[in-house]
Design a protein around this ligand. Structure first.
Ligand SMILES: Cc1cc2nc3c(=O)[nH]c(=O)nc-3n(C[C@H](O)[C@H](O)[C@H](O)COP(=O)(O)OP(=O)(O)OC[C@H]3O[C@@H](n4cnc5c(N)ncnc54)[C@H](O)[C@@H]3O)c2cc1C
Length: 409
C-alpha cells in the first residue's frame, strides 16, 4: 500500500509516540525498523513528494545513469502504518517536546528522530548562487543540475575544467573528486585529454583522509595529468567572465582562473532552523545536532536521537554511514521508550565508493579511527577494481530501495 499525506489537523493532534523529521535515507530507514519492531504510533514529517537516491547523482553527472533512475515517489518508500505529514519542520522545542510545522501547527512528541539532512549554502561563495546552472557552471549536488554536468563534459574539447570541494563537512566527501575522474576518463577516451587542463581544488592536505586510499588516488590524478591544489578552496565565482577565485590557505595566496567548465560543490551546514534550535551542538559552528557518537542519543535530551547528514558525528556523511546508524538508532530508541539505557553502539563506519574511471572504483570503508573496515575482507579494495564499479552501479541501488529503506539491511 502506498502512503498518502495525512489530512490536516486531525493527524497532528495529540502527543505522538515517535516523530521522525525527514523522510530521506535516514528517516525512512529508522521508521521502517521501528515498524518492524512493532512500534505503532510513528509520524513522519517530510515536505517533499520525491525521494532521491543521491549516490547515483555522480553517475548522472558522468553520463552513466539517468536522473529518473534516482527518483521514486516519497509515498512509495514510506513504510505501511507510518503517518505522513507533508510539511516542513520549522522549529523544535525539546523542553516542551514540540515541533513547529509550516502552516503554524505544533506537533507534540514523546520521542524524536532528527533526520532532515543538511543544507547546501550556495550563497556562501560570492557569485556561486547566480552562476550555477548557467555560464558553464554545474554541480552534481542538486538534481536539477546533475544532468547538466554531463552536457558540459560531453561538449568540452579543450580549455580548463575546475572541480571544487568546500572546506565545510559535506555529504559524500569523495563526490567532488569522483566527477573529475569520470570526466578525465571520458576525455581520455575521446582523445582530447591532452588539450584540457584539469584543476582539482581540495581543502585538505592530502587527497583522502585514509593514507592507503590517498596513495592510490595520487596515482589516479597523475595518470590523468590533473593539477591538484591542496589546502585550497573556491572563494568566489564570476559567471559572466567565467572566472573562479581559488584561495590557497597554505600560503595565503589567491589566484583567479578562467574556466570553460566549473563543477562546484557548495559549502554545507545544518538547516538554519536546526542551527537555531537547542538541539544544535554548541561546539559546532555549522549547527549540526549534538549526538553521542556511539549511541546517537542527544546528550541533553535523552528522548531525542540524530543520524544521517544532520548529526554532528566525527565521520564522513554518507548513505553508507546511515545504513549502519539506522539499526543503532532504532534499537536505542526502543530501549529509551522502555526507560532503559541505550547500549547499541555505532563505530563510525562510513564508506566512500571512489569512482576513478568509467569502469573502475575504489571502495573506501573505514571507521572513527580511520581504520579500514572492509565489507569484503578477501578483496583488495586499495586498488581500482571493475567489480566494485559494477557493485556501485548495479548492486547498491536495489540494495538501497529494497533492503535499506525497508529496514531489512
Ligand atoms: C552527489 C552526491 C553523491 C553521493 N554519493 C554517495 C555515495 O556514493 N555513497 C554514499 O553512501 N552516500 C553518498 N551520498 C550521500 C548520501 O546521499 C547522504 O549522506 C544521505 O542521503 C544522507 O541521508 P539523510 O537522510 O541524512 O539526508 P537526505 O537523504 O538528504 O534526506 C533528508 C530529508 O529531509 C527532508 N527535509 C529537509 N528539510 C526538512 C524539514 N524542514 N522538515 C522535514 N523534512 C525536511 C528532505 O526533503 C529529505 O527528504 C552522496 C550525496 C550526493 C549529493
Amino acid at each position: 500500500m502506498v502512503a498518502s499525506p495525512s489530512p490536516h489537523n486531525q493527524a497532528i493532534a495529540g502527543r505522538h509516540r515517535v516523530a521522525v523529521i525527514g523522510g530521506g535515507s535516514a528517516g525512512i530507514s529508522v521508521a521502517a525498523r521501528l515498524r518492524r519492531a512493532g512500534v505503532t504510533d510513528i509520524t513522519l514529517v517530510e515536505p517533499s513528494d520525491t525521494h532521491w537516491y543521491q549516490p547515483l547523482w555522480t553517475l548522472v553527472g558522468g553520463g552513466q545513469a539517468s536522473l529518473r533512475s534516482t527518483r521514486r515517489s516519497e509515498a512509495s518508500v514510506i513504510p505501511d502504518g507510518v503517518r505522513w505529514i507533508r510539511r516542513h519542520a520549522l522549529a523544535v522545542d525539546p523542553d516542551a517536546r514540540t515541533v513547529t510545522l509550516s502552516g503554524g501547527d505544533e506537533l507534540a512528541y514523546e520521542h524524536l528522530v532528527m533526520a532532515p539532512g543538511l543544507q547546501l549554502d550556495w550563497d556562501a561563495v560570492p557569485g556561486l548562487a547566480k552562476a550555477v546552472g548557467h555560464d558553464r557552471v554545474s554541480s552534481n549536488y542538486a538534481p536539477e543540475y546533475a544532468p547538466r554536468t554531463w552536457d558540459l563534459i560531453k561538449r568540452m574539447r579543450s580549455g580548463t575544467a575546475v572541480f571544487t570541494h568546500p572546506a565545510t563537512p559535506l555529504k559524500c566527501g569523495g563526490a567532488p573528486q569522483k566527477i573529475a575522474y569520470l570526466a578525465a576518463d571520458y576525455w581520455r577516451k575521446q582523445k582530447v585529454l591532452d588539450r584540457i587542463r584539469i584543476i582539482l581544488v581540495l581543502p585538505d592536505p592530502t587527497l583522502f583522509k585514509v593514507p592507503e586510499w590517498a596513495r592510490t588516488l595520487e596515482q589516479v590524478t597523475a595518470r590523468y595529468g590533473i593539477e591538484v591544489r591542496l589546502r585550497s578552496e573556491m572563494t568566489a565565482v564570476d559567471g559572466d567572465r567565467r572566472e573562479v577565485v581559488l584561495t590557497d590557505h597554505a600560503n595565503g595566496t589567491e589566484e583567479t582562473v578562467h574556466y570553460d567548465l566549473l563543477h562546484a560543490v557548495p559549502p554545507q551546514s545544518a538547516p538554519d532552523w536546526v542551527k537555531d534550535s537547542p538541539l544544535a551542538d554548541p561546539a559546532n559552528p555549522l549547527g549540526f545536532v549534538a549526538a553521542d557518537k556511539h549511541t546517537l542519543q542527544h546528550p541533553q535530551y535523552p528522548n531525542v536521537f540524530a543520524l544521517g547528514d544532520v548529526a554532528n558525528l566525527p565521520t564522513s556523511k554518507t548513505g553508507a554511514a546511515v545504513r549502519k546508524q539506522a539499526p543503532v538508532v532504532a534499537a536505542n530508541l526502543l530501549d529509551a521508550m522502555k526507560g532503559k539505557t541505550p547500549t547499541r553502539r555505532y563505530d563510525g563506519y562510513t564508506s566512500c565508493p571512489l569512482v576513478t574511471a568509467r569502469d573502475r572504483m575504489l571502495l573506501a570503508e573505514f571507521d572513527y579511527d580511520l581504520k579500514p573496515s572492509p565489507t569484503f575482507p578477501l578483496i583488495n579494495t586499495f586498488k581500482e577494481r571493475r567489480d566494485m564499479w559494477v557493485f556501485k552501479r548495479y548492486v547498491l541501488p536495489p540494495v538501497y530501495w529494497h533492503g535499506m529503506l525497508t529496514g531489512r539491511l
